[in-house]
Design a protein around this ligand. Structure first.
Ligand code: COA
Length: 179
């Protein structure tokens, strides 16, 4: 069974490895290899590790971390949707996205946005997101990548949230309210 939970500091290495390997596996036909290496190779900085610890969610399948994702409640931004290459095509990316959309809904977010890599735009469209234009994503380290800005309004999301998504989100909200 796939579960999604808040990340913690023990997930930093898995999250880094999943980001690096998924990008090299799935983005290579769309970007120069050197650009991808500049984006995801190396080792995690302390700043990146603290973002994982504070803001990431991880998908777990058979005790293995198989995917990541992140929601910024303030602006409805989704980031860090990465799936371990060995587990791509099994519905994990969609499940993480649905989870973050349900979480956004719980927080009263009405409109969501993300910058899709060129390879992933079709995946997001399959998940109900819209966007066709090509823009430029600028990373915090100044790297520029072509991307597709995409949006989704959460009235659409409400109709596809499963009861499991809602229970999971409610459970997380209760835990965060408890302490
Ligand atoms: C893009 C990514 C997150 C998709 O995750 P995934 O778990 O493999 O995708 P899912 O199995 O949940 O796919 C959900 C649907 O999207 C479709 N889909 C997935 N990847 C697709 C692609 N590259 N092109 C077209 N459709 C795609 C699936 O066929 C499925 O369709 P369905 O409605 O018929 O079931 C994953 O391939 C990945 O990590 N890529 C590398 C990193 C990356 O680019 N991340 C996005 C950063 S913005």
């Amino acid at each position: 069974m796939l579960t999604i939970r808040k990340a913690n500091r023990h997930d930093v290495c898995d999250a880094w490895d999943i980001r690096k390997t998924s990008v090299h596996a799935a983005c290579a036909e769309y970007y120069p290899e050197a650009t991808l290496s500049e984006w995801v190779d190396g080792t995690p900085t302390d700043k990146w590790a603290s973002v994982v610890e504070n803001d990431f969610y991880v998908a777990i399948y058979e005790e293995l971390v198989v995917g990541t994702g992140m929601l910024t409640v303030g602006n409805g931004q989704i980031d860090a949707i990465f799936v371990r290459p060995s587990h791509m095509g099994l519905g994990i990316g969609r499940k993480m996205l649905q989870f973050l959309e349900a979480l956004a809904g719980v927080h009263g977010v009405a409109a969501m946005r993300l910058d899709a890599t060129l390879n992933a735009a079709a995946f997001y469209r399959r998940c109900g997101w819209a966007g066709d234009s090509i823009s430029t994503y600028r990373s915090s380290r100044g790297l520029e990548l072509a991307c597709v800005p995409m949006t989704k309004h959460l009235t659409v999301r409400a109709s596809v949230a499963t009861s499991d998504d809602i229970r999971l989100v409610q459970d997380i909200r209760h835990k965060s309210e408890d302490g």
